[in-house]
Design a protein around this ligand. Structure first.
Ligand SMILES: NC(=O)c1ccc[n+]([C@@H]2O[C@H](COP(=O)([O-])OP(=O)(O)OC[C@H]3O[C@@H](n4cnc5c(N)ncnc54)[C@H](O)[C@@H]3O)[C@@H](O)[C@H]2O)c1
Ligand SMILES: CCCCCCCCCCCCCCCCCC=O
Length: 810
């Protein structure tokens, strides 16, 4: 068995153990990579310096900083990415659970290139690990020193069976390509890209090809040429032009060519001094083969700036070429070096024509102050990425898919795109064995009438709240009956539609005890799901609790730039919150609830009435993971406190659930502090006494005002209408999320998350529901100094918008 075969076989065996699939394992591996970049930065930089003469700062700026960002994103979002994704349903599948389940592909081969050896090799690896795959890593042999460092260091930090490094050149890569993989992720030139695809085709292995090509740069005469040329010079000469997305050549009108040359020259001097050769920020060509290749391209072109070179040092100065013709040697292939040809075009039309004659590029740059020019360039061309008035930086935006199109590649990655690219997005539809009558429309004998019903059910998608869904289930039952009656298909089983009361929640003490037992045996948080296949994880709550699939669900992500500032949101009045009392805490199986006396009251805050306190509880993560339910601009916080109040005169959630603001929930996010928050100590200690489901204890001398800020510090908050965050997800909640966060130390967080157990006996961690779609709701933000006058008016406004949207009025 060859070394390559052995590595692949070992990786597959390790994958088959299943360990790469556990989210915890993935996060641990990603954290280990984080540690590698912290602990070994100097070793990494020294190798890159030897390979490409990049400075230590340059390596950090262009390679490892981006990787750190990718690692942070993957670690923070992995749970959300890996969770099942609910999808829109048609009427036929309305009562089914329909979702996408991302699953690992298997063993991925990652073939890296030499120009940004860490960025282009480790970034796909982050995606492969995050998606739960094993990966064989083949660094480019061209960057000799870096390949060796990768081979030495990676096994010290990450699981070496699952993620082996195989070094070597073309023969070794070819031997790898003879093995069977579940995905091949290749970065390099298009010629080899085709060979990779050919090899992959033998096993129908999917490929991602991150290739290159000539990325054009159009400079419109209507723009600030100094700024444009500085940005182009940066994009071109960074890493000595050996960047896949470097602007390959400039297209501009002849009238501005001289100015462009002058401005590029100025920028070269500004960045790399009069003598780039001695400038620590100017790199070298990777080897003499590439040096010769680049120097050959100069043939037949006029040098307007630069041109100095020294073969023994692999040095080529930043160079500008003027009046270059399309037939010139330098225009026949990707330059991948520090030569910047300028070609004349008569204007935008000709530039677009010229670009469209070539292969679709990896990047396309357009510099102009005129939006019409920018819009025409995007509308009338195609490329992997498009940037107006800048170069390269799209590579650093993790929310943008990075990749080529046509000859510049296929597939994309970065951030969540890497995860998706290296996952199989499995379609899942879970149906029950009842409601067989509805299916009769698809069974033979086929009739025009059945076709009519099938058209109705298949061609209509649904976005109804629970009320609509209930009504529709009723319609479906009738249809089933009608279809049954009018066909001769014999059915042994009766179509049966259950109208469960939709408020089967567990928000004790305001939900009933009988509900509690029935429900807690069935629903669970995502963290419990894998160990108990009978429980419903959040994605499937709606199958049993229709309201959980409604249009006003909580929690939500609050996008701070999209909230509406509202001056009719005044401060709150708390009554009784400073009283010292004894409170009972009980492990409810999904969380621990701290009961509050009804004498604690709440008014103000634009709430439409007076509210009585019921209980408070926390949502937390585990083992360093955040656990808040609400997120702000995508950020999840370590923990969240919910204080539940019921509107007067209701006595329970069942009574309050038909009132859109029947419950007032006050939410506080926690932020990690270096010191302990002493007010939490008694609560933490009490959790240690209620480890198991159903156990309870008393906390003496408790004051709610000790754990929350005083009224005067609570004038600033977000408000929206939503739901309870546990089944039955009753849409009866006026949510208030305060800006002011509460402190908690990491020691305290650990103590909280490690003490209690779920009703299933597993450690009670990650007790939060994922954020839900806003579905057109508006989030309001209070404005200090607001008056009470507009409160009712505000609520009337909010209610009519919501009811109108769900079609319940009009
Ligand atoms: N799109 C991107 O993200 C991206 C990033 C970097 C580089 N690139 C492109 O890559 C090119 C430069 O890289 P390169 O190709 O010189 O890198 P390279 O020479 O390092 O080759 C890339 C990988 O292909 C392997 N390889 C080379 N020849 C092979 C063969 N015949 N059979 C099998 N494997 C083989 C090498 O071992 C190496 O691991 C440029 O075109 C550049 O634009 C693209
Ligand atoms: C405060 C200012 C910080 C500026 C940071 C700018 C970083 C820009 C990052 C550009 C990244 C370019 C890397 C290109 C790698 C491309 C891989 C292909 O060859």
């Amino acid at each position: 068995m060859s070394r390559e075969q052995q590595a692949v076989a070992r990786a597959r065996k390790a994958f088959e153990t299943g360990r790469s699939k556990s989210v915890e394992h993935r996060i641990r591996q990603l954290k280990n990579l984080q540690r590698l970049f912290t602990e070994k930065q100097s070793v990494i930089s020294a190798a890159v310096k030897k390979d490409l003469n990049k400075s230590e700062v340059g390596t950090q700026l262009y390679e490892t900083l981006g990787l750190e960002g990718e690692l942070n994103t993957a670690i923070n979002h992995l749970k959300e990415w890996a969770a099942p994704r609910p999808v829109e349903k048609n009427l036929l599948t309305i009562s089914d659970t329909v979702y996408i389940k991302p699953e690992p592909l298997g063993v991925v081969l990652i073939i890296g290139a030499w120009n940004y050896p860490w960025a282009v090799t480790i970034q796909p690896l982050i995606g492969a690990i995050a998606a739960g795959n094993a990966a064989v890593i083949k660094p480019s042999e061209v960057c000799v020193h870096t390949a060796k460092v990768m081979e030495d260091l990676l096994p010290l930090y990450i699981d070496k069976e699952l993620y082996p490094v195989v070094t070597g050149g073309v023969p070794e890569t070819q031997e790898l390509l003879r093995q069977r993989f579940d995905h091949i992720f290749y970065t390099g030139n298009s010629v080899v890209g085709k060979l990779i695809m050919e090899a992959a085709a033998k096993n129908l292995t999917p490929v991602t090809l991150e290739l290159g090509g000539k990325s054009p740069c159009y400079i419109d005469k209507n723009c600030d040429l100094t700024i444009a040329c500085r940005r182009v010079a940066w994009g071109k000469y960074t890493n000595c032009g050996q960047t896949c997305i470097a602007p390959d050549y400039i297209l501009c009108e002849p009238s501005i060519q001289d100015r462009v040359i002058e401005e590029v020259k100025k920028a070269i001097k500004e960045f790399y001094t009069d003598n780039p050769k001695t400038c620590p920020d100017y790199g070298r060509i990777i080897n003499q083969r590439h040096f010769k290749r680049i120097m050959n391209m100069l043939e037949g072109s006029t040098v307007a700036a630069g041109g100095d070179n020294e073969e023994s040092d692999c040095y080529i100065a930043p160079t500008v070429l003027r009046d270059v013709k399309p037939e010139a040697k330098v225009m026949q292939e990707e330059i991948f070096g520090p030569l910047l040809p300028i070609l004349s075009v008569s204007g935008l039309d000709e530039a677009i024509k010229f670009i469209n004659k070539g292969e679709k590029p990896l990047a396309l740059y357009c510099f102009s102050s005129d939006n019409k020019v920018i819009n025409r360039m995007t509308d009338e061309t195609s490329s992997g990425g498009f940037l107006a008035n800048d170069c390269l930086v799209h590579f650093s935006v993790g929310s943008l898919p990075f990749g080529g199109v046509g000859n510049s590649g296929m597939g994309c990655y970065h951030g969540k795109y890497s995860f998706d690219q290296l996952s199989h997005l499995r379609s899942c539809l879970i149906k029950k064995l009842n409601m067989e009558g509805v299916n009769s429309m698809r069974y033979p004998p086929h009739t025009p009438k059945k076709l009519g019903w099938a058209r109705f059910f298949i061609l209509n998608s649904v976005d109804l709240g629970w009320v609509g869904r209930m009504a529709l289930l009723a319609v479906m039952a009738v249809v089933a009956a009608v279809v049954l009656q009018t066909t001769s298909v014999p059915f042994k089983e009766k179509s049966n539609v259950h109208f469960k009361p939709f408020h089967q929640g567990d928000s004790e003490p305001i939900r009933s005890a009988s509900h509690r037992t029935a429900v807690s045996a069935q629903w669970c948080y995502q963290s419990q799901y894998s160990c108990d296949d009978t429980c419903r994880d959040p994605i499937r709550w709606a199958a049993q609790f229709p309201s959980c699939g409604g249009l006003r669900q909580s929690p939500i992500n609050i996008v701070s730039t999209k909230v509406h500032v509202n001056s009719a949101l005044p401060p709150f009045n708390f009554i009784g919150h400073t009283n010292t009392i004894n409170i009972t805490v009980e492990n409810k199986g999904h969380s621990a609830h701290f009961a509050l006396p009804q004498s604690f009251r709440l008014t103000g805050g634009a709430l439409p009435g007076h509210y009585r306190a019921a209980q408070f509880h926390f949502h937390w993560g585990g083992n360093g993971r955040p656990g808040s339910e609400h997120t702000i601009d995508g950020e999840q916080f370590p923990m969240e406190l919910h204080i539940v109040h019921i509107k007067e005169p209701y006595g329970s959630l069942a009574e309050a659930e038909h009132d859109m603001a029947g419950i007032a929930l006050l939410a506080f996010l926690f932020e990690e502090s270096s010191d302990d928050n002493p007010h939490l100590d008694s609560l933490i200690a009490s959790l240690g006494r209620v480890k198991n489901n159903g156990s309870s204890t008393v906390i003496p001398n408790f004051r709610l005002s000790d754990i929350i800020p005083s009224d005067k510090d609570l004038f600033s908050y977000y408000r929206y209408v939503g739901s309870m965050t546990t089944p039955g997800c009753e849409q009866a909640v006026a949510w208030t999320l305060f800006h002011r966060t509460l402190p908690i130390s990491s020691r305290q967080l650990d103590a909280i998350t490690q003490q209690c157990r779920f009703w299933t006996g597993q450690p009670m961690t990650d007790i939060f529901r994922p954020t839900q779609p806003l579905d057109g709701r508006v989030v309001y933000r209070s404005k200090a100094g607001a008056a009470l006058g507009g409160v009712m008016h505000w609520w009337v406004g909010v209610s009519s918008v919501l009811l109108g949207r769900t079609g319940l009025i009009h």
